[in-house]
Design a protein. Structure first.
Length: 118
């Protein structure tokens, strides 16, 4: 069973915008959810977080350009990325915070690739 399915990535030009979606199975509405990204050769980093009360936090590198929000009725978490930069190129993942663990292992979806050309 897929618990987290990310979509919405693509190849875009610098300055454009994207909306990423994360469809969740079950009820994640009470959980803190987050978007993470992993650029080539880099460690995965958390870029945005939304709590069950809809309060949000962002990494300094994305403040003002990224917006995370959720639609609990659709069991979906979104990430809007504005003014995309080449350094935003990465695979983007959503997950709970802390990371979802299943059978003792960290669970990750397949992610969605965002590639920004200059």
């Amino acid at each position: 069973q897929e618990h987290l399915v990310e979509s919405g990535g693509g190849l875009v030009q610098a300055g454009e915008s994207l909306r990423l979606s994360c469809a969740t199975s079950g009820s994640f509405s009470i959980d803190t959810m987050a978007w993470y990204r992993q650029a080539p050769g880099m460690q995965r980093e958390r870029v945005a977080l939304i709590s069950s009360d809809d309060s949000t936090k962002y990494a300094d590198s994305v403040k003002g350009r990224f917006t995370i929000f959720r639609d609990n009725a659709k069991n979906t978490v979104y990430l809007i990325i504005n003014i995309l930069k080449p350094e935003d190129t990465a695979v983007y993942y959503c997950n709970t915070f802390p990371i979802l663990r299943i059978n003792g292992y960290n669970y990750w979806g397949q992610g969605t690739q965002v590639t920004v050309s200059s």
